[in-house]
Design a protein around this ligand. Structure first.
Ligand code: GCV
Length: 679
């Protein structure tokens, strides 16, 4: 019955949008229904809560289907922020424990309507995988964005709180439509001034706009804030005066933003201040803030991204720092851990901290913005990367202890669970620079809501919502998106190579990179270790033994080069150039093969996209076409740079079936792009 009714209304969906597109409508391209449709059905709600009314409004405006009754029922607490959708007596019934559940259900229904999708057998019940589904903005107070590639910050700090950009509401709506319920407004390299009263007033204005959409605001804080803002002699967390300062500050924040979420902290990392400046541990620092936030229900997300230029392998340092503190953190502290042990590389093994800390709440931090994947110039669909981490088995409590299970509340059911990602959003009309980068924002939200969803399901949904439901278009676009991340790995850093980027800005290859007096752990040679014998970082027990930080059997698998997955081989092993790979090729030949494959993939993406010209609106067709051209050129640049450079060590020819280099190594070495990492 329900199936048929929806089907009738789906027939109204027109395959192509006639209007000119600039990408600003994201995946929310519904058109308002006509008065005739609106009068044929009703959308009722049992509460006057602003969020419930918003759900009603969205459905009233866009829903082409049958009548809907929206009910908040507090007895359904187990639904958390989720919902149940059923069909009875000729109407759809939506039940949620909280008003925001109704809003999410509204977007679920609209998604079904727009994707003309398979309809799950009713009733549909959805409970989010994570309690907190949060974006981390690396936006600075001067309007620049660290590692942002879509223009300047959305937040107009100089205009707030008096002038309100309409994009604040659009941002909130876009996030709510995919289940994102939290945002950290400012960079983890945090300016202390965000906690100034004047800035808190601006934060309040944003929080007020986001609230009806179920989005709570969090802030990154600078550990030295008491010193810089109020002249305290230090920020030692063991001192009463410092503790009191934070308590007072937190009180002020909650007065302005009563549903404030909490703090995100980068401490004692890459020059940021922290508790270690006073001989205190990360736990002591985190707990001081947690104690200040506790009475208001706030939390601390304390980042585990810590490393310093010591003789210890950078990949091991976070584990060494945090595992001994496992029992020391308050229960309103969540340790926020990057997906891999180094830094958002195109491929990393999962971070060994996941599953190593048994008593501490842990959350994953992904990077949606493509710092290491070609900025917003390269098409790289990241759901497969996110899934690869979430599905990795840590064996922390035996088989099945996937990163998803370690973090989604299964391990600590009584505490809040969370998942974060660094946003790729800026003030560009299309929000993300590359039209296809919108898919990564979308995919993060969808996976934070339900980590069981497949990458392909999400891609298909996104294509239908963002473009249209024409079968040829969907199939061909999926054929571009699905292998796109692997293509980037192939032409940048195959077989476990990592961090061989150009210095500082990270755009383009610089495997030869070296800076006199620079930190070793920021130099490509630190990571690739190429020499006349072979290439790769020996992280086995004859090397740094980073492999030994994993639980059995992963430690054995990563530590043995015959067992190690080949896509991580050079992450864990220094391998001779003549080593026989599973394909029968030598390592050198295999490396050539991957770089070449990456280049060919980008050429295929160009061709497939060109074939779609008449299946997509011109503005977006042309925008994507020109970006694919850049990507194909960059892929060639990467291939030539890496192969020609590594060839100086292995002294072997590039096999003849591989495309010939078109650059000279000396010319490539002269390229010095003048990019900053602040946009
Ligand atoms: C916000 C990497 C990036 C930095 C970033 C840092 C972090 O090092 O290059 O720009 O700083 O990660 O995650 O803190």
């Amino acid at each position: 019955m329900f199936r048929i009714q929806l089907f009738v209304f789906f027939l109204y969906v027109w395959p192509f949008s006639a209007r000119s597109e600039d990408g600003s409508r994201l995946w929310l391209r519904y058109d308002p229904v006509s008065d005739v449709v609106a009068q044929r059905r009703t959308v009722q709600v049992n509460q006057k809560h602003e969020t419930a009314l918003l759900a009603q409004h969205e459905l009233n405006t866009y829903w082409r289907g049958t009548s809907i009754q929206l009910n908040v029922d507090q007895k359904e607490a187990k639904l958390k922020e989720g919902y149940r959708i059923s069909f009875s007596a000729g109407a759809i019934r939506v039940t949620a424990a909280r008003p925001v559940g109704l809003l999410y259900a509204a977007y679920h229904l609209l998604r079904l309507q727009e994707t003309v999708g398979e309809i799950d057998p009713l009733p549909i019940e959805e409970i989010p995988s994570y309690d907190i589904r949060i974006l981390n903005h690396w936006d600075n107070l001067d309007g620049s964005i660290e590692r942002g590639y879509a223009g300047r910050s959305l937040w107009k700090w100089t205009e707030l709180p008096d002038k309100i950009s309409p994009r604040y509401t659009e941002y909130a709506r876009a996030n709510a439509s995919i289940g994102i319920n939290a945002t950290v407004l400012n960079n983890v390299n945090a300016s202390p001034y965000i906690l100034n009263t004047a800035y808190l007033e601006k934060v309040r204005a944003l929080a007020d706009i986001f609230r009806p959409y179920g989005i709570r605001v969090y802030l990154s804080v600078n550990f030295s804030s008491p010193v810089i803002l109020d002249g305290l002699k230090d920020a030692d967390p063991s001192r009463l005066e410092v503790q009191d300062w934070w308590k007072k500050k937190v009180k002020e924040v909650y007065k302005l933003v009563p549903d404030f979420g909490g703090f995100l902290v980068k401490a004692n990392s890459e020059g940021q201040p922290g508790p270690q400046d006073y001989g205190r541990t990360h736990a002591e620092g985190a707990n001081m803030l947690a104690d200040a936030l506790k009475p208001f229900g706030g939390i601390v997300m304390w980042r585990a991204f810590v490393y310093s230029p010591t003789s210890e392998d950078r990949a091991k340092q976070a584990y060494l720092e945090f595992v001994p503190l496992d029992k020391a953190f308050r229960d309103n502290v969540i340790v926020q851990i990057k997906n891999g042990p180094i830094d958002f590389q195109p491929r990393e093994p999962f971070n060994p901290l996941f599953g190593a800390m048994q008593h501490t709440s842990q959350m994953v931090e992904f990077q949606i913005t493509q710092e290491y994947l070609g900025f917003s110039n390269h098409l790289a669909y990241l759901a497969p990367l996110f899934k690869e981490t979430l599905d990795s088995d840590t064996y922390g409590r035996g088989a099945g202890s996937t990163v998803a299970k370690v973090t989604d509340g299964t391990w600590h059911p009584k505490r809040v669970s969370a998942i974060a990602a660094v946003a790729n959003i800026g003030e560009d009309r299309n929000w993300t620079g590359h039209d296809f980068a919108q898919a990564n924002w979308y995919a993060f939200g969808r996976l934070a809501w339900r980590h069981e969803l497949s990458s392909e399901q999400i891609a298909e949904e996104w294509i239908k919502l963002t473009f249209h439901t024409d079968e040829t278009f969907i199939r061909s676009t999926k054929e571009i998106m699905m292998p796109s991340r692997e293509a980037v790995v192939n032409y940048m850093m195959p077989l476990g190579l990592h961090h061989i980027f150009a210095f500082d800005h990270h755009y383009g290859p610089e495997p030869w990179g070296d800076r006199k007096g620079g930190r070793a752990d920021w130099m490509p040679w630190y990571y690739h270790n190429a020499d006349s014998i072979g290439i790769g970082f020996n992280r086995t027990d004859t090397g740094s033994d980073a492999a030994g930080q994993y639980h059995a059997p992963i430690a054995e698998i990563y530590g043995d080069r015959t067992l190690c997955p080949e896509n991580l081989l050079l992450w864990f092993h220094h391998v001779p150039w003549d080593y026989r790979m599973r394909s029968g090729r030598t390592l050198w030949e295999e490396l050539c093969e991957h770089y070449d494959r990456g280049v060919k993939q980008t050429r295929r993406f160009q061709e497939s996209w060109d074939r779609l010209e008449h299946h997509v609106d011109q503005p977006r067709f042309l925008a994507v076409q020109s970006k694919l051209k850049i990507q194909a050129k960059d892929a060639m640049w990467w291939k030539d740079a890496c192969l020609l450079y590594f060839q100086t060590f292995c002294k072997k020819p590039i096999p003849f079936h591989i495309e010939r280099p078109i650059h000279a190594l000396d010319d490539l070495k002269k390229i010095k792009l003048q990019l900053t990492h602040h946009n």
